[in-house]
Structures are given as C-alpha cells and as structure tokens.
Design a protein around this ligand. Sequence first.
Ligand code: SF4
Length: 301
Amino acid sequence: MNRAAFAAFFFVMEYIKAKTILAKLKHAPDSWFGLTYNMNLYRGCQHQCIYCDSRSECYQIDDFSKIQVKENAIELLEKEIKSKRLKGTIGTGSMNDPYMPIEAKEQVTKQALQIINKYKYPVHILTKSDLVLSDINLIKSIGEVYSAVSFTITTADDKLAKIIEPAASSTSERFKAIKELSDAGVYCGVLLMPMLPFINDSEENISALIEKAKQAGAKYIIGWMGMTLRDKQRNYYYEKLDKYFPGLKEKYFARYGNQYSISVPDGLKLNSLFKAKCKEAGIATKMQFYKEDMPEQLSLF
Ligand code: SF4
C-alpha cells in the first residue's frame, strides 16, 4: 500500500479551532535546533512511527490515528506573529509531521510558510517526508533570513524504515530530497534518532547513514544513541515489537524495566563512531542557528 492509500484508509480527519498557534519555548533558543517558538499546525500524525513519543499521555492526544487540522491556524499565526517583539526561529514538526500526506490537500504548512516569509521570520522544519520539496522556493526565500530543513532518518534500509515508520517517505526518498534541497542552496541535514535497541543500533547502519548523508550534501547530523519509552508510547511500541520482532519485548523488559529515557547497549562506542565518521565526512554534529545579525544564508553555509 502506498503512502497516500495508507493515509486515506487508516485515518479519521476532523477540523478543529485552535486557541493559539505559536508557543514560546521556556528556554529559548533550545539547544537542538535554536528554536524560540514552536508551531503545531495539525494534531495526530499519519506517519505512525512505531516509536513515536507523541503517543505519551502528557500530550493528551487520545486517538493518535485521528488527524485534526487546525482550520484557523493561519489566521492565528498572522495575528500572533505581528504581536511578537522577539524575532526567533519558529520550529515545526515536533509532535506531528508538517508534511504528512494530508498536507498535499490541506496546504496548512505551505500557508504558514507564506506568513513566515511575509514577516521575515526564521524557520526550522523537521520532517520525514519528501513532500517538503513542494515548498522549496518558499523555503529558499525564507532562507534570506534563515531556514533549515532536518530529516529524521533512523535506518539506511528502506525495508526496515517501512516497518518502523510505515507511512513516511522511504529512507532513499528522504536522502533524494536532501540532495535536491542542498543543491538548491537550502541549509539541511539529518536527525539520527531515535536509536532503537537491537533494531537499528549497529555500526553498519550508522556508517551507511553518514555516507549517504555525505553523498546527499547534508550539512549536519544530530545524533542520539537512545530513545524514550513511556506509558502509552511504550505500550504501542511493545505491541509492534511483538508483531515484527518477536522476543525483543522481553529483552527490553529485562534490560530497561520502566525507564523513560534509555540508551542502546553499545551507546558510548556507537557515539564515538558517529562523531569520528562525521568528522571524516566533513559533516557537523551541531546545527548553525539563526542569529539576529546573520548575513544572508546562502553566503554563510
Ligand atoms: S513523523 Fe514524528 S510525529 Fe509523526 S508519527 Fe513519526 S515520530 Fe511521530
């Protein structure tokens, strides 16, 4: 089943009204992406990654397979952006993917980027979808202030990606998209996480991903040799382990119990390998963030 068919088959859609759209981060800019604001245009996510942290109870999404479109998001964004005194990077993609299949029809992300471009704000987009290419010109234009696109990529193997991230673009499609963005002068890179114990935590996988990232022109790879596991997220993940990786759930129980944040067994060794391979490939392990006095992006990166 292709992505669009999967999306049409499995999801209930509904339109909701949001009260606010731009959330200021408590500790801004954040240390991963340099964000000052976060923006969620949808609730729920069609990509249905088996490890998704957004299933956790604290996010209060009762049914993660129901996709809610914030129908007043654009109106709110324009109103809120006009009232902000502090110009800082707006991030999108932390609790849902802004380029999940429904975006092709709804175009909420596209319209949000038009507003961001109009008010000359910097943006960071986190995605697992090559649909982001449909906004390449907009992203380039925002890049005159600052824009960055990070692709979460966890495995070099398309077949494994299909199991753990069933409705996202394949790994090969994500790398192709990085190449296209990079060739167009867009600052982009990879988020190499989560690392799932006994699944994608191998030296071969990490080395292959770094090599592919280099070939695609990624400017950075941000890595973490672990994953989160809590309440509803853990239950869902363990159901999928039973289905696709029989016997693994018991290994997790024995090793991690009820821990929330876990590291893969060879985490330190893999992290050293990750750093060494990135250095060898000339790829940074941190992003360059937006700064007020930043010269034009294309000349900087
Ligand atoms: S793309 Fe992100 S938000 Fe969507 S299901 Fe996967 S991990 Fe969750």
